[in-house]
Design a protein around this ligand. Sequence first.
Ligand code: CA
Length: 737
Amino acid sequence: MLLRAALTIAIGASTAHAAVARDIAVADQVQFKAAVKAAKPGDSIILADGEWRDFQIAFTGTGAAGKPITLTAQTKGKVILTGQSNLRLGGRHLVVSGLIFRGGASPTDQIISFRRDSKTLAFDSRVTEVVIDGYSKPDRRAEDIWVALYGTGNRVDHSHFEGKTNAGVTLAVIRRAGDPLDNRHRIDHNYFGPRPPLGSNGGETIRIGTSEESLSASNSIVERNIFDRTSGEVEIVSIKSGGNIIRENLVLESQGAFVLRHGNGNLVERNIFLGKNVPDTGGVRVINRDQIVRGNYFEGLAGTSFKSAISVMNGVPNSVINRYHQVANAQIGNNSIIDSARITLAAGADAERSAAPTGSKFERNLIVGAKGQDPFRAEGEIAGIALSGNVEAKVAKPLLGAGVEQREVKLERAANGLLYPTDPALAAVGAPRDLKPVKREEVGANWYRGNAPEAAFGTGTTRPLAASASLAQAVAGTKAGDTLSLATGTYDVTTPLSFRHRLTIAGAKGAKPVLRVAAGFARIEGGGGLQLENLAIDASKLSGDGALIAVDAGVAPNYSVTLDRVTVRGPGKGRLDGIAMAPGTFADDVTIANSDFTDMGVVVAATGEQQPKGWYPMERLTISDSRFARVAMVADLLRKGTDESTFGPWFAMSGSSVADSGREGASLRISGAQHADITQNSFAGSEGILVIHSVGAPETRIASNAFAATPAPRIEELAWKGPPRGVISGNIVEAHP
Ligand code: CA
């Protein structure tokens, strides 16, 4: 009897399913709207293969458990959303798969939103095998979120996100007062591909919550994702809620850290961080109560301070919700920290952050410092962190004693690719043996790989160009990565040349080309980059002022400029800047080597961004073995504000000479850089060097320079209350008249 009843129900369900489950093919936006209205649980709406331009998809409906309403592609990966497209889901049991967003940007502040509008959220819904590749707003300051999770029980999996160059989190769980907060979302098996440094706060790859609602639990899970060079800012993953689990992710050469920024009781477990010694690669940063960080593996992480392999921060007594709550009851155990630069305890201790970690444990961790150095640093009181059972590869003067045994540690790479001690006595110390690094083929959409990285300089075709030829025409006819090879002779540049991709212009070997410039030389307009080598630029007859190389507003993605063996003669001191950046643009690198500049304005004019929001124009500015005479400044670099979210800018100058130069009290002004290294240069008859610290823990070294008839270098502090930080040493300052 019982058996018979069960059988009848099963047949009934199966018949009903067969009767209603339909594939509804749609070929245009009108058909799509009708299909959404008609769709019943179990139905699939199928977009025809091809390009769908300017398609703002509103996908709503009510599916059922086991019978979702699905929106998918006729062929996965053959439906491309371009132009101003986006996707909103609202309802229950909805699934989206197989779509690509590429060649455009969202017209709104989100690309994929798990809500139709503020009243219609999505629940128990899923986005799987979806690609967003380079779908960035062209102005890097214009903010959007690529995937915004609202509601509860939603999942984002097996998707591919790469190339976000504008502000805003790649994937955010949004938790507003009044919306459900116990989210229970799952974010798994995704490929988070390269995200270049943003040069501002707002470059996180994942954020769960915001400070306002951070004392409630989101209970979301982030697992078995790959983070590949996700270097947008100091927070790769920013947890701002409680009860989340972040486990078994693989983090490759990514600058920044997983940060338990707000909220309590999160678990960070069995993640693998491989930094390959890329600067600023970090691990896990702990703030707040009841956080567990266990069984993680960290190798080759070069980051220090907030980007240490592990950092445990100091808090603010009675902190307001958006500052730093004191660390209490943190349990940090069985992690392996190998070939890594730092473990920082009581990180960020200062007059405001004076509440030391309390009631916390640091146990059975295995520590092997980089280059045989002790990675431990304590920036404040650490008596509230109980150390026990840790093992550290022997260093000369260990910071920590009891609870951190010093001994020989021999490591061997296991079948899973990770390093473990060979001594069986250490079996219970460090990360577990059964870690299984997630493989590339386990994550993302298996039918999608991003384009090969854009052609590097000098990898394309070399095209010789005679002096009689038009440089403008030749530039227009190039492809990314090409080199224009110039002969001895004069090339006239009457109006600035436009650069839309990476290009090298170089004097042929032994040749001495001269570019005679009437009104600026180059405009970098987008996706661009410029390398000049072995040539002279004569701008001495230039009319008007302006810049030799102007980087236009809206240039994206990040570009770079290199000048090597370039001689520039300008129209007079104070006129014609060298390289000038519009606000909102961002260079990975600006490099000047073996070059000469005379009678000009500011050679690198990088003060376009005047808002105090932490935006800055380039990650690295490097000057070496170059000569500057009668220029307004060698470089004027500005990063304003006190935000602590970024890595740079980095500035380095070495082996160069500066004569009869300067204005406004400086011949070189570096403001807001995180790293400044100025060594072995000579300054004569010039204004001095001014380095201004505004934020973070800047590292400045001004060493082994010579100053003749030039004031001594200065470091100014805008926020720090103590004496100016930094090293000024070994300089020779001759009497200044
Ligand atoms: Ca941030």
